[in-house]
Design a binder for this molecule. Structure first.
Ligand code: C2E
Ligand code: MG
Ligand code: MG
Length: 797
């Protein structure tokens, strides 16, 4: 602590008065010094003036003394002059020599005064003013002059001293009264002031309108501002305390882990939850010793990068980190960082292990086929892409495998059996492969196999053959043996394609080629396959235009009542007269129309044309019914019962005039929808034929439950009827069964009289085939009818 200052330093009044006196003395001293110079000059001037006056009084006598060279007279004058104290020496000279020189001897104890400039005057003849006769020289008494100067100066100085004392006293009084005392009162008032209670300082009396009044007002304003700031500061502090307590509460009790760390990952604090989540010591005070990067993260180097990004971009950022918890093992923590100050971030940490595991499970599921546990299409493609990226030089062979006839198993025996078959086939594929080979289920009954390192067509073919053999082994599911075959398409990398899409497409083409050859086969990709597909695509695009260009035709083939030997109806069979390819049979373009969806449009055109033709024949008196083929794809919505009935109504045809031929494959789809379609049309009076009976997969019980009118036995069974064959037994059985179900039977493909005879013998009611007539254009049908009804048929019979 500093020692208290001496009183003279503390007393403002004392210092003020002292400085007034000092200043006055200084100024007075300078003035007195200046005045003493003036006094000296004046005293000297006075002395010379007096000497001049003395010379004037003795001048006439000196003139005479010099004129006559009277030394005595001169001495007499000099003595007279020496009586004057102002003169220290006198010299009177004629033109040639001094007449007298008299000098005052110095007073005892007093030094001889310094010689000062003498006053010399020429002396002229008393008779001729122009004649110089001598000179008189007076030496002033310097000591006397100095004495006078001192006396005068002292006098002035004493006068001045008195004046200064008086002025100083007056100033002191005035300063005390006008300045010191009001300031002292102000200061006292300020000390006693309780500014917080709103009290104001009063200006000193009679000083309301001067500087002190302004000062008082300024002090009051300043005090008011200070008080206001104080209040603000206090409320801010209180708010800060509340916030701090709140934050502390949140910090300590939050479910999430919270920490504060600097740019170098050093934590300055962390809460209990973080301690629990990360397995840290519970005391937050230890935080200072801990860096986040010291924790056992799986990838700790990402943390400084994340913190750096948060600080640099001044943004909230977050990521998941895997941590080895000392008690629970590996877990996933999400860290969200927010910048909270220069080089300071706050982190919120939550345990996201469950979410991460669910994501991993979901990711695994997304690339895995849940039924077989094999990779699915996405997983297989990802793996292959990865391989192409990482080892572009590694050759491999890609096989696409499809199970022939699997759909029938699925449809007939249910999905559960189908699933078991698929699982069994997946296991067989796996068993046939080496470690490192990959198998995937792309969907349905499609499998894909990748054979790394296999590039020769011979090795690929051998493996395909082995696989085919394995698949063909009967498989036992639900206490029944099932026989299946596989079709396999093969494409090799890089010989058959450089990219995955190319390879897959080419393997698919090879597979399609294997399937189209009847299945149970494998094919290596060949560029010509791509060409075939191209041609198919061209054909599909031509087909789109075919109906509008009038290239489609209907031919009609009579169906004969074998009992009455008369044509009972005719089947409408579609033909496509292609402008460059000529006549295209329906077997080539109907599947294409089904694939492209054009079958709906074409099917409707067929029905429409059939109705028109029937109306025409009706008008011409040709009593005939027609049947129209309906593709499985058209049922139930492509050719809705309402549309069929509306068409018939428009052409004023009774519904029984048109029979609709559906195939067994129709029955494989949505059964209840197909049944509704059949029931609706039959209820309206239409006849429903089951075409190509015996080639599909329909069971007897199935047949029983369906409301059909007629079965058409496929021509494949009629072909060998003349011999004692299985077909003959089968056709006979079908005929009998149809009879018991009250269904009519049409035998297709009757080409020989022998076949006809056997069929008639079996009691088959209707027949159709080249024996009666080939399918013919509409204009030729009446002639064919006449021929059948009369001569030709009669002759045959
Ligand atoms: P499908 O309905 O079974 O028609 C009978 C097929 O057998 C016809 O072949 C016919 O010409 C042929 N055929 C008739 N009698 C004999 C014979 O004595 N011997 C031999 N070898 N064949 C005979 P097409 O006209 O080539 O038709 C083939 C298939 O195309 C049809 O079989 C039918 O499934 C389909 N089809 C034809 N027209 C249409 C149509 O308008 N719509 C639909 N969805 N399919 C049609
Ligand atoms: Mg048919
Ligand atoms: Mg048929």
């Amino acid at each position: 602590m500093k020692p208290p200052s001496p009183l003279w330093q503390r007393s403002l009044l004392f210092r003020t008065v002292a400085s007034i006196i000092a200043m006055t003395l200084l100024v007075g001293g300078l003035l007195v010094a200046g005045l003493s110079v003036l006094v000296k000059q004046k005293a000297e001037a006075d002395a010379y003036r007096q000497l001049g006056e003395l010379i004037d009084t003795v001048e006439s006598t000196v003139r005479i003394a010099c004129f006559v060279k009277d030394e005595q007279l001169a001495a007499e004058v000099a003595r007279g002059l020496m009586r004057t104290r102002e003169i220290s020496a006198v010299r009177i000279s004629d033109e040639l020599q001094p007449l007298t020189y008299q000098e005052r001897s110095p007073e005892p104890g007093r030094k001889m005064p310094l010689t000062v400039a003498p006053l010399e005057r020429e002396v002229h003849s008393p008779f001729d003013e122009r004649e110089r006769v001598g000179s008189i020289t007076l030496y002033p008494n310097k000591a006397l002059i100095e004495e006078r100067i001192v006396t005068s100066t002292l006098y002035i100085a004493s006068q001045f001293g008195l004046l200064i004392a008086a002025v100083a006293a007056a100033l002191t009084l005035t300063v005390y009264r006008l300045v010191m005392r009001p300031i002292a009162r102000l200061s006292h008032g300020l000390h006693a002031l309780d500014a917080e209670s709103g009290a104001h300082l009063q200006p000193p009396r009679s000083h309301e309108h001067n500087l002190l009044g302004t000062l008082t007002a300024d002090i009051n304003a300043l005090t008011a501002r200070l008080v206001a700031s104080l209040h603000d500061e206090q409320s801010l502090r209180r708010q800060r305390e509340i916030d701090e307590r709140k934050y502390r509460g949140i910090f300590e009790n939050a479910e999430s882990g919270i920490f504060v760390a600097d740019g170098r990952c050093r934590m300055s604090s962390y809460n209990r939850s973080l301690a629990r989540l990360a397995g840290l010591p519970p005391a937050a005070e230890q935080a200072a010793a801990l860096a986040l990067t010291d924790l056992p993260w799986a990838a700790p180097e990402h943390l400084p990068a994340l913190i750096g990004r948060c600080l640099q971009d001044n943004l909230t950022v977050g990521d998941d980190f895997e941590l080895m918890h000392p008690e629970t093992g590996w877990c996933w923590l999400n860290i969200t960082l927010t910048p909270v100050g220069p080089d300071l971030v706050q982190g919120i940490v939550s345990d996201v292990t469950e979410r991460r595991e669910a994501e991993i499970r979901a990711r695994r599921l997304a690339i895995t086929d849940p039924l077989t546990g094999l990779p699915n299409r996405s997983g297989f493609e990802q793996a292959l892409l990865q391989q192409l990226k990482n080892q572009p030089e590694q050759e491999f062979t890609l096989l696409l495998l499809d199970l022939d006839g699997f759909r029938q198993i699925n449809d007939a025996l249910g999905f559960a059996v189908g699933d078991q078959v698929l699982v069994g086939m997946a296991a067989r594929c796996l068993a046939a492969l080496k470690p490192g080979d990959q198998v995937a289920r792309l969907g349905g009954d499609d499998f894909a196999i990748c054979l790394p390192g296999v590039s020769s067509s011979i090795s690929a073919g051998k493996l395909a053959q082995r696989l085919k053999g394995q698949i063909a082994e009967p498989i036992r599911v639900a206490d029944r043996e099932h026989g299946l075959h596989a079709s396999i398409g093969i494409a090799r990398y890089p010989a058959d394609g450089n990219t995955l899409p190319d390879l897959l497409r080419h393997a698919e083409l090879a597979l399609a080629s294997a399937q189209s050859s009847g299945g149970n086969a494998w094919r290596l990709f060949e560029p010509s396959m791509a060409k075939a597909v191209e041609q198919r695509q061209q054909l599909a695009s031509d087909l789109r235009e075919a109906a509008s260009r009038g290239e489609l035709r209907l031919h009609y083939q009579p169906i004969v009542d074998l009992a009455s030997h008369r044509v009972s109806s005719a089947e409408c069979l579609l033909r496509w007269q292609h402008p460059t390819l000529g006549m295209i049979p329906p077997d080539r373009f109907i599947p294409l129309a089904e694939e492209t969806g054009l079958i709906d449009e074409i099917g409707l055109w067929c029905l429409q044309t059939a109705c028109q033709q029937l109306s025409k024949w009706d008008a011409g008196g040709l009593g005939l019914n027609l049947t129209v083929n309906v593709s499985a794809r058209q049922i139930p919505t492509g050719l809705a019962p309402e549309a069929v009935l509306a068409l018939l109504a428009r052409h004023q045809l009774a519904p029984h005039r048109i029979g609709l031929e559906i195939t067994e494959s129709t029955l494989i789809g949505d059964r209840s929808a197909v049944e509704t379609w059949i029931d609706t049309l039959r209820a309206a009076g239409c006849r429903i034929y089951l075409d190509d009976f015996g080639t599909g997969y329909s069971s007897l019980s199935y047949l029983k439950s369906l409301q059909l009118d007629t079965l058409k036995i496929d021509k494949a069974f009629v072909r060998d009827l003349d011999e004692a064959s299985h077909d003959r037994v089968m056709v006979e059985a079908v005929t009998m069964m149809a009879d018991s179900l009250q269904l009519s039977v049409v035998a297709e493909g009757i080409e020989t009289p022998e076949q006809l005879a056997v069929l008639r013998q079996m009691g088959c009611r209707y027949g159709q085939g080249y024996l009666f007539s080939r399918p013919v254009p509409a204009e030729q049908l009446p002639e064919a009818l006449v021929r059948i009804n009369t001569h030709a048929l009669a002759a045959t019979i």
